[in-house]
Design a protein around this ligand. Structure first.
Ligand SMILES: [Zn+2]
Length: 71
């Protein structure tokens, strides 16, 4: 199942944006980070959180773990 992402919300400093999966039981948070390293090169990576727990940094998007709600 694909995540059902909310609208992206930019952080105040403009270095990251986040979106949340709106499916019940998943509610994973995807944070896109854009920052410059110590050499000034732009770096871009993603982090995924559940609550405040970092579950993955970089790589492919984790699977959606939404619970199916019977109609
Ligand atoms: Zn999801």
């Amino acid at each position: 199942m694909k995540h059902k992402w909310s609208e992206k919300v930019r952080s105040d400093d403009g270095h990251s944006s986040r979106k949340v999966c709106e499916r019940d039981g998943c509610e994973i948070v995807c944070v896109s980070r854009h920052e410059a390293d110590h050499r000034g090169f732009a770096q871009h990576w993603k982090e995924w959180f559940r609550g405040t727990e970092l579950i993955q940094r970089g790589g492919n998007t984790p699977a959606c773990e939404a619970v199916e709600v019977p109609a």
